[in-house]
Design a protein around this ligand. Structure first.
Ligand code: NAD
Length: 309
């Protein structure tokens, strides 16, 4: 049986798959669509990360394809309807990178709340900006607001509560009496209450019609003055021009953004000049450990699926 892997996958998992299937591992395929479409003509299985568009054209180019492994959890690069119509199974790496994202959120929350870490250069240059940096805050006792209380939101809440944060969350899929609120100690709130009450807001929702531009200018202005925003979920959920404006005006105290409406970030992005902003290139879920967990999980589950069907 034939497998093509179009994006980065950890070496040990590629070796496992190569031992069992006729495997082509070529992480350059994601950036060469014609070569990708040619390479998949006779495949039974495909493994992608978040950048390969699994759309109708791709499915048409791979008539034997039966299963897609996704090295991550967001499915917005996969046309799920088209896959279902063709009876192509899609297997995400649910939970396998949650710890990496949750730790990124907590690290960002600490940095944005304390604010002292943006000043290495003046310190090294001898400017000694001690007075300017003595007004940072502690995270204990502050309120973390989570938009989306799924697997990553819940793990982030556990870490935040261990640091003494009060944690509240909004998730329309969970009833106010759902057991998870009692079990986690996280208080359910409306979207607007999360905006109003939180010192740090972290987004953990999928990119769907209801979440596109969820954090727009109105939502940003409803946030507490000086609060911080962290987005590790998907670009398109935050209005980037409005965020840049909220940082410029000082209404927001800071932001950490890992995902963007267009990736890589295009030249001229309003975020490039915004203050108190940490930018990373979609790596919140990517660590040595999570790559290994994600790769092992997807290799195992794709092999199991092919054996069972
Ligand atoms: P999940 O499916 O476990 O949880 C998502 C939650 O969002 C669900 O509970 C759902 O009910 C809730 N939700 C849906 N619409 C909502 C709305 N309008 N308001 C509030 N809540 C809403 O997903 P997860 O594994 O926790 O992942 C969350 C996000 O993180 C996804 O977008 C995923 O793509 C992204 N992610 C990013 C990285 C990265 O490297 N930056 C890594 C992993 C996951």
């Amino acid at each position: 049986m034939k497998l093509v892997i179009t994006e980065f996958m950890n070496e040990a998992s590629v070796a496992t798959l190569t031992g069992r299937l006729d495997t082509r591992y070529d992480p350059t395929l994601v950036d060469n669509r014609p070569a990708l479409l040619a390479a998949i003509a006779g495949i039974d299985a495909l493994i992608v990360r978040n950048r390969t568009r699994v759309d109708q054209a791709l499915l048409d180019a791979a008539p034997r394809l039966r299963v897609v492994g996704r090295l991550g959890v967001g499915l917005d690069n996969i046309d799920m309807k088209a896959c279902a119509a063709r009876q192509v199974a899609v297997i995400p790496a649910t939970g396998a990178n949650a710890a990496a994202v949750a730790e990124y959120v907590i690290a960002s929350a600490l940095i944005l709340t304390r604010k002292a870490y943006f000043h290495s250069a003046p310190t090294a240059a001898g400017a000694w900006p001690r007075a300017a940096l003595s007004g940072g805050h502690e995270i204990a006792g502050k309120t973390l607001g989570l938009i989306g209380f799924g697997s990553i939101g819940r793990l982030t809440a556990r870490l935040a509560m261990a640091l003494g944060m009060t944690t509240i969350a909004h998730d329309p899929a969970l009833a106010a009496d759902a057991a998870v609120w009692r079990e986690s100690g996280v208080a359910p709130r409306s979207f607007n209450d999360v905006l109003r009450e939180s010192d740090v807001i972290s987004l953990h929702v999928p990119l769907i019609a209801q979440t596109r531009n969820l954090i727009d200018a109105a939502a940003l202005s409803a946030m507490k003055p000086g609060a911080a925003l962290i987005n590790t979920s998907r670009g398109g959920i935050v209005d980037e021009a409005a965020l840049a404006q909220a940082l410029q005006s000082g209404h927001l105290g800071g932001a950490a953004i890992d995902v963007f409406a267009t990736e890589p970030l295009p030249a001229g992005s309003p975020l490039a000049a915004a203050p108190n902003l940490l930018l990373t290139p979609h790596i919140a879920g990517v660590t040595v450990e999570s790559n290994q967990r994600v790769g092992e999980l997807i290799a195992r589950r794709v092999l199991e699926w092919l054996e069972a069907h």
